[in-house]
Design a protein around this ligand. Structure first.
Ligand code: GLA
Length: 648
């Protein structure tokens, strides 16, 4: 407690993996240790994020109720061990996890220092047991009502997979349609299994949510996410959470734009409400190929980056380094040496002091983003499961395609949200929907409405091939988006790395790579902004603009280099009158958050060396108290940050 105070740490997430201690047998609960800890935290004026402890079930439970452990992708029944090993459809797991959450809430409900609930920990998925199989059949029955409909949407006539009875429907793993977790002979079925598994986990979360809310209706509830974690549709989960929190563990050599994209996703999932950085290592991880230490200043810089993108807090894992098992080599605020005389501790204490001095100034700020990128988990699942257009993981990566577009906004210092196709688009002027291979029902109408009323909408190659059942659109791609884009795609060419094409945009030649949509024809009023430079489709459109109502829709038929996206997005941003917060400087990231009267410009220097700032960098730096005018040269040292406050 003394060290935490010294470090300026005022909030602790506790009780994360304590199920075995809290419930040593079926009929026995023991809160002695947690009582002591809760009392200690209260005495020391610490805020508590209280966890429900249900991410790892006790050994006795696995012995007594073997149904509780999962069956893995290969169909192997797991024994006790690891974490995330509880079957989400096990009635035993559901009963005892919700009961424990309720008991904890009932016991500690009067502690006014509980600031949030932390349900389970990093929900994870993938069970293929008989309980799951039975539950899947029920899920399918509820969704499709009749077997005729099931056979239609899953196109089971292919290879004679027609179902005659619901009990012929099976789990989707290596024993059935899937050669690997990302390959399926029947993506429509596997896609539904993923949806079902995601729903199953979400139900477990909701049971605990209800259990704690019963006793503490006013305490907000969260569970910690893990960036682009594929198996769980976080955008859907966020709707059942009071606030979003996530754990950020970038690789030591990460491209800074990556983590920033994830932060933007976290902020956007609850329509711009602040989120919480629940975990980051203060210094070192233990599970990367090379666990380089965060260089001096980097922990501070990355902490402010979270705040710059919308976090209202900065937390660490782990507080004190565990003695045994796998995380004994993972960094901590208090290391095995047990002292505050470490570089890491000093850096944390400095950051703690700064955050304390900032007080509540930055809390609750909002981000005014006029541009958005659509990211759709279900589209990710379905595109990945599709056996075309390539097996190359680079070509097949939906997050990488999203990053091609995100980077352009990031490098131009434009605030951007990352939203779901189900979100309201009306507050944006520019929306980019990269690689929307699968279109949800109703999305085309929404996109049309957005453009009709003045929006600028962009999509990229391999868009609009299938509907939400993975059934191909008939009549030409991009299916129901054809009218909006004023084009239809007849064929798609996919060439190996290095086998590229080219196109000219505003007088400069850019590389076209990986995937090449070839248009069949286009509407008369579709403007062809650029054409392929070579191959048998030389002269065919590669970039088109279609006026639609008050706005316009752009189709980019291939993939290119960062220079092209930066240039093109720059043009669209200008067309839409969207603000670039500061002229771009390599390695310097800029975001802006605001309240009703002021705005706060975060300038983060990811470079090792100093940079010179001029235009756009004006206001009072909250960290140094200095005022800068934007006309004189100001230097920002390597790995340093400025937070410039100014009137709106
Ligand atoms: C996750 C978990 C923690 C811990 C860290 C290690 O984020 O939530 O329990 O395992 O990873 O990096």
């Amino acid at each position: 407690m003394r060290f935490f105070k010294e470090a300026g740490i005022d909030t602790l997430s506790v009780n994360i993996f304590s199920w075995a201690a809290l419930q040593p047998s079926e009929d026995e609960y023991n809160f002695t240790k947690l009582d002591k800890i809760m009392a200690l935290l209260k005495e020391n004026h610490m805020n508590v994020i209280l966890a429900t402890s249900t991410a790892a079930h006790p050994a006795w439970m696995a012995k007594k109720y073997p149904e509780i452990t999962r069956v893995n992708f290969l169909g192997i029944k797991r024994k006790f061990g690891g974490r995330h090993n509880s079957c989400p459809n096990s009635p035993v797991y559901r009963k005892y996890s919700a009961r424990l959450a309720g008991k904890i809430a009932e016991r500690y409900k009067d502690y006014d220092n509980i600031v949030a609930w932390h349900v389970s920990n990093e929900f994870n998925t993938g069970c293929y047991c008989e309980n799951c199989e039975r539950a899947f059949r029920e899920w399918v029955k509820k969704k499709y009502k009749t077997l005729d409909e099931v056979n239609r949407v899953w196109n089971t006539a292919f290879w004679g997979h027609t179902f005659y009875d619901f009990d012929e429907i099976v789990v989707q793993n290596n024993q059935t349609e899937c050669n690997s977790p990302t390959e399926s002979e029947f993506p429509g079925i596997t896609l539904d299994y993923r949806r079902f598994m995601d729903d199953s986990m979400l139900e477990c979360y909701k049971l605990e949510y209800e259990a704690v809310k019963k006793f503490t209706p006013d305490v907000p509830v969260t569970t910690n996410f893990m960036a682009f974690f594929e198996p769980l549709n976080y955008q859907k989960w966020a709707r059942s959470m009071d606030f979003v929190s996530w754990d950020s563990y970038p690789t030591p050599d990460e491209d800074p734009a990556n983590t920033s994209m994830w932060h933007d996703l976290m902020r956007s999932m609850k329509q711009g409400d602040p989120f919480l950085l629940m975990e980051q290592t203060p210094n070192v991880q233990n599970w990367q190929p090379y666990n380089a230490i965060k260089r001096p200043g980097v922990m501070r810089l990355w902490s402010y980056r979270a705040v710059a993108h919308g976090s209202d807090g900065v937390c660490f894992f782990q507080m004190r380094r565990t003695r045994g098992a796998s995380e004994k080599t993972h960094g901590a605020v208090i290391e095995h040496a047990g002292t505050d005389k470490t570089r890491t501790f000093r850096e944390i204490a400095e950051l703690g002091g700064e955050l304390k001095a900032l007080g509540g100034e930055l809390l609750g700020l909002r981000t005014d983003a006029r541009a958005a990128i659509i990211f759709d988990w279900e589209n990710w699942w379905d595109f990945e499961l599709c056996s075309g257009p390539s097996r190359d993981p680079e070509y097949k990566s939906y997050p990488k395609e999203v990053m091609r577009w995100y980077r352009a906004f990031y490098e131009r210092n434009v605030n951007v949200d990352i939203v779901s196709p189900e979100d309201d688009l009306s507050s944006y002027k520019l929306v980019v929907a990269p690689l929307l291979f699968m279109l949800r029902d109703g999305f085309a109408e929404k996109a049309e409405e957005f453009v009709r009323t003045g929006g600028v909408f962009v999509c990229s190659a391999y868009t609009g091939l299938v509907d939400e059942h993975d059934l191909a659109f008939l009549g030409g791609y991009p299916g129901p988006l054809k009218d909006l884009f004023g084009v239809w795609v007849e064929e798609t060419d996919v060439l190996p790395p290095g086998d590229t094409n080219s196109f000219v945009y505003k007088g400069l030649t850019y590389e076209a790579s990986q995937i090449y949509d070839i248009m069949g024809s286009h509407e008369e009023d579709t403007e062809v902004l650029s054409e392929y430079g070579s191959d048998f489709y030389a002269g065919k459109p590669v970039l088109t603009k279609h006026p639609f109502g008050e706005g316009a829709a752009y189709y980019f038929a291939t993939r290119s280099t960062p220079e092209f996206y930066r240039e093109f997005i720059g043009d669209l941003v200008h067309e839409c009158g969207i603000r670039e917060l500061m002229p771009a400087i390599g390695g310097v990231e800029v975001t802006c958050r605001e309240n009703e009267t002021d705005e706060y410009l975060f300038i983060l220097n990811h470079n090792a060396g100093e940079v010179v700032l001029t235009e756009g960098a004006y206001g009072t730096d909250l960290l140094t108290g200095k005022t800068v005018s934007g006309s004189e040269n100001v230097t920002l040292p390597g790995k340093d940050v400025m937070i410039l406050k100014r009137k709106k």
